[in-house]
Write a protein that binds this ligand. Structure first.
Ligand SMILES: [Zn+2]
Length: 362
């Protein structure tokens, strides 16, 4: 579910602005109104923040277009008040490619800064000691935008996940060791840097504490994701397929589906039409069906008829990506055109847990 405003596509990539963005703009307007700033200066400030996010969008487009060179698509770019996120289909696993994709974003900010360098150099910067309030106006707008781009590049190049610098570090380490080890090492280095930020924050600027905490949380998520990916490495749909699954005929009632849901552990069911796959029924469909049509309605009125198939020999990493992108409940596995069984996310999670317990790493 996404509550976002969609802008026209750039280079075939959808740009979304998350609704929380309006809070940021409102916050700028209200706090400055309360501080007694005039409308013209507030206008400049809002324009500045919007321009800043144009730079953030260009940064994300840098990642997206670099990834495209390696055949990796970008689903969309979403702008949040704290920054932008380009949803790449996947990160390249080849160290050199990851390095290029990770560096492409900050490089955009460096280019913007270089373009604005003449105005930065010519601007009459106020003396820190004499002036405490610095306002954005027609004179300071472009120089400030240039300076902020330097900060954006530097911030993103901090060698810690989830920053681009963390990926740069991982890519460099991957040239010497395997990817899981490289991720763990990069995450550890990132954590040390994060703790450094928190301590520095006590003495210098409280904002550094916030950055430190942000890094500590981000690093853990990244390490988990790579570990999951590595556990799936080398496995195929064959390893996760359930040949013993629950199926319902499309003409059975929602009430019968409820009984099956409460009776066993299965939450996702294959719906068949005279023995042939027809659709998918999950817990949400059943609940919604009861509310909308009642328990006596047939299953086919609420089932999702969009069936997705995977071949037995399909890599499990690919299967996992399908789940995440299409938000599937189950995937049908077939071999030589014949249905063998189904896969759901619970099943993949169990497989990961079992493999982790076995200490298997490939
Ligand atoms: Zn970036």
């Amino acid at each position: 579910m996404k509550r976002a405003l969609s802008l026209p596509k750039i280079a075939g990539i959808a740009i979304n602005i998350h609704w929380t963005f309006t809070i940021l703009i409102a916050w700028i307007v209200f706090t400055n109104l309360r501080a007694g700033l005039d409308a013209v200066h507030i206008g400049w400030m809002v324009l500045f923040v919007l321009s800043l996010f144009v730079c953030v969008t260009l940064h994300e487009l840098g990642h997206a277009l670099a990834a495209r060179r390696y055949g990796i698509k970008t689903v969309d770019i979403t702008l949040y008040p704290i920054g932008g996120v380009a949803s790449l289909e996947r990160m390249p696993e080849k160290p050199r490619q990851e390095l290029v994709v990770a560096l492409a974003g900050p490089l955009v900010n460096v280019v913007i800064m270089l373009l604005l360098l003449p105005v930065i150099a010519n601007f009459d910067w106020p003396d820190k000691e004499t002036q405490t309030v610095f306002l954005i106006d027609q004179n300071s707008f472009l120089p400030m935008l240039g300076v902020v781009n330097i900060w954006l590049a530097m911030f993103n190049l901090i060698p810690a996940f989830p920053m681009d610098g963390g990926r740069v570090l991982r890519a460099l380490l991957s040239m010497q060791m395997n990817r899981v080890k490289a991720t763990e090492t990069a995450a550890t280095i990132g954590q040390i840097i994060a703790v450094g930020f928190v301590f520095a924050g006590f003495y210098l600027n409280p904002f550094l504490i916030f950055i430190g905490l942000f890094i500590i949380l981000g690093a853990r998520a990244e390490a988990e994701m790579v570990k999951t990916q590595s556990f799936l490495h080398g496995l195929t749909a064959r390893d996760a397929v359930m040949t013993n699954y629950s199926a319902l005929d499309k003409n059975q009632t929602i009430g019968e589906a409820v009984r099956m849901l409460l009776d066993g552990e299965a939450k996702n069911f294959l719906v068949t039409d005279q023995g042939e796959p027809f659709g998918v029924l999950n817990r949400d469909h059943i609940i919604r069906g009861i509310q909308a049509a009642g328990e006596s309605a047939p299953i086919h009125s609420v089932a999702d008829t969009n069936l997705q198939f995977a071949e037995m020999q399909a890599p499990l990493q690919e299967v996992m990506q399908n789940f995440q992108q299409a938000k599937l409940s189950i995937l049908l596995v077939r071999e030589h055109g014949r249905l063998i069984g189904i896969i759901d996310l619970d099943n993949i999670s169990e497989l990961i847990l079992v493999n982790a317990a076995r200490g298997q790493r490939t």
